[in-house]
Design a protein around this ligand. Structure first.
Ligand SMILES: O=CC(=O)O
Length: 322
């Protein structure tokens, strides 16, 4: 029987390709850069499966271009907002993401942004380079410590929990979270479920770690910012759409929240002249929350296994493989 054909839309770690090549015929866009849309539409014609990344829009047009052989889409990401899942369902195309393997790097990076922002590290480093660094001054670029602060987490899944677990030993005073569900593991870090308003009112450090859903899109808007605490910092490593960015720029101008760190924006990249890009109390990183070599390899392996299993079922070699 001919092997199913899959299309990989980007250069991915070899470990993932090696898995795919065991039982599948692999066609590949072997480049660090995203495949141009017209090439993608051409190259997926007739394939059985696609391994994609968050920058490939998997919509009706693409599914049509792939044609009726297509049975599975595996994304090398946690997020799935680039995939029209309804359209996939309608065509009986299976979809899988790779959520487990990226949580540690995302949580670690969120903590890095929290510390960077609370301790104003970038300002200090910029002052060194610009020659502003003079004799030691006690009140120059003072930030705040985690000790006794209230850490708030919006979306208490793997990443939110990971942030709480990592910051607990910094002796934060209290951990509160808002989610649709009470998370059983919240007890492990002594985190308390609160309403959205309480999260906004009480958090000194507010980390956005949620999925994108109808409830979370633009959850952080003018009204939400008006309820945040003076001196608080806001960190978003989830998705840009959770924040209304124009409202955030205005809120930062008005002083609450005091500062923000965003690893995700809408769109990405954010135009250089966007008010948040030039705001002195907003740090923006280029969507690198899961960018570690370990995680990239694990994501490629997970995405490759997902695609293989969706197309062919579990291999005979069985349990040791997954
Ligand atoms: O943002 C990264 C991902 O969704 O994996």
């Amino acid at each position: 029987m001919a092997k199913p054909v899959v299309y990989v839309t980007r250069k991915i770690p070899d470990a993932g390709l090696k898995i795919l090549r065991q039982r599948l015929t692999v066609k590949h866009w072997d480049s660090e850069d995203a495949i141009p849309r017209d090439e993608l539409l051409k190259n997926v014609a007739g394939v059985d499966g696609i391994l994609c990344t968050i920058s490939d829009k998997i919509d009706k047009e693409l599914l049509e271009a792939a044609g009726s052989n297509l049975k599975a889409i595996s994304t090398m990401s946690v997020g799935e907002t680039h995939i029209d899942k309804q359209e996939c369902d309608r065509r009986l195309v299976h979809v899988a993401n790779a959520p487990e393997v990226a949580s540690d790097s995302a949580a670690e990076f969120t903590v890095a942004l929290v510390l960077l922002t609370a301790r104003r590290l970038l300002e200090g480093m910029e002052a060194v380079v610009s020659g502003e660094w003079g004799p030691w001054r006690p009140m120059w670029i003072v930030g705040f410590e985690m000790v006794d602060r209230t850490l708030g987490i919006f979306g208490f899944g793997r990443v939110g929990f990971g942030v709480a677990r990592r910051l607990r030993p910094f002796n934060v005073g209290k951990i509160i979270y808002h989610d649709l569900f009470r998370a059983g593991y919240a007890d492990q870090v002594d985190a308390k479920l609160v309403t959205f308003d309480t999260l906004l009112n009480e958090s000194d450090i507010l980390c956005i770690c949620c999925n994108v859903t109808a409830q979370t899109v633009h959850a952080f808007d003018k009204e939400a910012f008006s309820k945040m605490k003076a001196g608080s910092i806001l960190v978003n490593t989830a998705r840009g759409t959770v924040i209304n960015q124009d409202d955030l720029a205005e809120a930062l101008d008005a002083g609450i929240p005091h500062a923000a760190a965003l690893d995700v924006t809408e769109p990405e990249p954010l135009p250089l002249d966007h008010p948040l890009m030039v705001h002195p109390r907003c740090i923006i990183s280029p969507h690198m929350g899961t960018a570690t070599m370990d995680t990239r390899i694990n994501m490629a392996v997970a995405a490759a296994k997902n695609l293989d299993v969706m197309l062919l079922g579990m291999p005979d070699s069985g349990e040791n493989w997954l």
